[in-house]
Design a protein. Structure first.
Length: 344
């Protein structure tokens, strides 16, 4: 596995500054038991993997990692080796002209305990993001995705936690786009459903960012329960239609959105569903700023159904469902990125 070399960041234009985000989730750093051993239990994306996806036209990587590995003790310093790996990975991607979405892949938990519980106070989450902003806040090409798929937490509770984290970030930097998920796994199809004492649609409109530089993050799969855990795309029409409904909600709330996860099997009809999903996002580019496919990464097994990592040097069939979107020209090659207030 190739290692990243430290160096100076090139002066490149960030995808977050206007170019539509065409992304892939590169999994691996969130793998394995805690704490885990690097190179045995978990891995960051290799140079070869990053180069491959860049060569295919992807301009964005959503980079999952575990909060506990980066910050072994709440309110404590980041683990030196782990933050170094994160920095080196981000630096290599940025020098390739790729925007990087930092994704604590923790489901609104730390060591299995919910944020906002006595064991994990909201302030600990604020502390995490203030430290991340200190590390990466000078580069507008690094995007801050607050949390992967919060669930079993009320929308009202999650809104307060998210707003606290955003306010904390903005005491450090206003340069970075923040992505805000809802609760209930932030499903696009269920945005208006009342899962936990209020729907995302009714509650999450209350997101407040002092810099006015955020987008909502949605996830959407195509199988029977929209989880992405079953090897089918039986509900692809409903899944694709959910993007239009989300777009209308975003317009009504004068907000922007990003499709942070979707994925399909190599079945021909599923590949067509992926293409239809990217078309739906692009058709609503006045409020949708892009998408990221789930998933690539060095350690996916060949049999992983949604895997888009090349196998034995060969492209996976799912790439055909994204290739049109990767090549599709946009008017002025721009998406309607949120306005922002410059400061620090």
């Amino acid at each position: 596995m190739a290692l990243f070399m430290a160096g100076q960041l090139v002066d490149s234009v960030s995808a977050a500054e206007g170019t539509c985000l065409r992304g892939v989730n590169l999994a691996g750093a969130e793998f394995g038991p805690l704490p885990g051993t690097f190179g045995k239990d978990y891995i960051y994306p290799s140079v070869e993997t990053v180069d491959y996806f860049a060569s295919k036209g992807f301009n964005t990587v959503r980079l999952p990692f575990l909060w506990e590995r980066l910050q072994p003790s709440l309110f404590g310093d980041f683990a030196p080796d782990e933050v170094k790996r994160l920095h080196e990975t981000v630096l290599y991607m940025r020098n390739k002209g790729i925007s990087v979405i930092l994704d604590p892949h923790n489901y609104a938990r730390y060591q299995g305990q919910l944020i906002g519980s006595p064991d994990v106070p909201s302030g600990a989450f604020v502390d995490l993001w203030q430290r991340l902003a200190q590390e990466f806040g000078q580069d507008p090409g690094v995007i801050f995705a607050l949390m992967n798929e919060p669930h079993d937490i009320s929308a009202v509770s999650w809104l307060g936690i998210a707003n606290d984290a955003i306010a904390g970030i903005r005491t450090v930097s206003t340069r970075n786009l923040v992505m805000v998920p809802g609760t209930a796994w932030t499903g696009a199809h269920s945005w208006s459903a009342d899962w936990y004492e209020g729907s995302n649609a009714s509650v999450m409109a209350g997101v407040r960012d002092p810099a006015n530089y955020f987008a909502y993050e949605f996830h959407q799969y195509f199988d029977e329960d929209f989880s992405g855990k079953k090897d089918s795309c039986l509900r692809s029409e409903e899944a694709v239609a959910s993007i239009g409904k989300i777009a209308n909600w975003l317009r009504a709330n004068r907000a922007k959105g990003f499709l942070g996860e979707f994925g399909v099997t190599g079945d021909r009809s599923c590949i067509a569903a992926a293409a239809a999903m990217t078309e739906a996002v692009d058709a609503n580019r006045d409020v949708m700023i892009g998408w990221a496919y789930w998933a690539g990464g060095d350690w996916w097994p060949k049999e992983e159904a949604l895997n888009i990592q090349p196998v034995d040097g060969m492209d996976r069939p799912q790439l055909a469902g994204l290739s049109a979107a990767l090549a599709r020209p946009m008017p002025s090659s721009k998406c309607n990125i949120p306005n922002r207030s410059f400061g620090r």
